[in-house]
Design a protein around this ligand. Structure first.
Ligand SMILES: [Zn+2]
Length: 293
């Protein structure tokens, strides 16, 4: 659901040389009455989807029938819907979720569509997509546009990124009932101050004016490096609410990776991994975790 660059490399540990960059389609999902794409195929949701559904119910405070949803996937990186390219969408008319193959194991993208299904409204309400469920669903591109302007609080102090606490924690999850297993990475930033703050993230030294790095401060991102190489994300901050913190507020984002045979954007083979999280241009010291099936 998000225009994320994923970097794959064949070097051990954290050299993270990019050898392949893949971008997914633009976000344009939401409630729609678009017919099913001709190449869509139904699939039975894996067990983890039930867990993700409960997480999305909890953050949204909305409850719905998981069993009533219908699931379809289409091959490739994007699907055309309502004349635009998307990596997935929810159809209110058919109570169905259509995902591109690349997205089927991407928790925050699948939960994004689940949130649509629970809210059963068009567009991307700010209160959920950028509010109560912001730690569990991605929201970029048209999601941010749909949410409308952020009503900035009247009082806050602008602080540099090193004013906030940054932590990350990776944990191998229990096997799902169908045998799948996921590694969860939770990245957290906390305002240690007893006053509201707005974190100003300057461009990195040497960034050219107008360049991607200068114009798009990075949000919650990760690097994973293991026996077959590494993967990383490049999620940008697109909404100012993401850098505003109430006194002592903590913001989090959850990434999950399925344990599988190959190294892809969302799959990692078993083995030892070095795992780091970031926010702004800062990175955590990281930790090493043994991933097993
Ligand atoms: Zn959406």
């Amino acid at each position: 659901m998000t225009a994320v660059w994923r970097l794959l490399h064949s070097q051990p540990l954290l050299t993270l040389l990019s050898t392949l960059a893949v971008t997914l389609g633009l976000i344009t999902c939401g409630s729609t009455t678009a017919p099913l794409p001709p190449n869509a195929e139904p699939f039975a949701p894996p067990a983890v989807y039930s867990r993700w559904w409960k997480m999305t119910e909890a953050c949204s405070g909305r409850w719905g029938s998981f069993a009533a949803l219908r699931w379809y996937h289409v091959p490739g990186h994007f699907v055309e819907v309502d004349g635009q390219y998307a990596s997935g969408y929810y159809s209110l008319g058919g109570n169905r979720i259509v995902l591109v193959d690349d997205m089927m194991d991407e928790g925050h993208s699948v939960r994004h569509e689940m949130l649509h299904a629970l809210l059963r409204v068009g567009g991307h309400p700010r209160a959920q997509f950028l509010g109560s469920c912001a730690s569990l669903v991605d929201c970029q591109g048209s999601c941010v546009t749909d949410a409308g302007p952020w009503p900035a609080p009247s009082e806050f102090t602008v602080v540099p990124p090193d004013s906030i606490d940054l932590t990350s924690h990776a944990a191998l999850q229990p096997r799902e009932t169908d045998g799948q297993r996921y590694l969860a990475l939770e990245i957290a930033v906390r305002n240690p101050l007893g006053r509201a703050i707005l974190v100003s993230i300057p461009p990195p030294p040497g960034a050219l004016p107008g360049s991607v790095d200068a114009e798009n401060p990075p949000g919650f991102n990760y690097k994973l490096a293991g026996p077959l190489g590494g993967i990383g994300s490049n999620m940008y901050i697109e909404d100012s609410s993401t850098v505003f913190f109430h006194p002592f507020e903590t913001k989090q984002f959850l990434y999950e990776f399925r344990v599988d045979s190959d190294l892809t954007a969302n799959h990692i083979p078993p083995g030892p991994y070095r795992v780091l999280g970031s926010y702004g241009w800062r990175w955590t010291a990281g930790e090493t975790i043994i991933v097993t099936r």
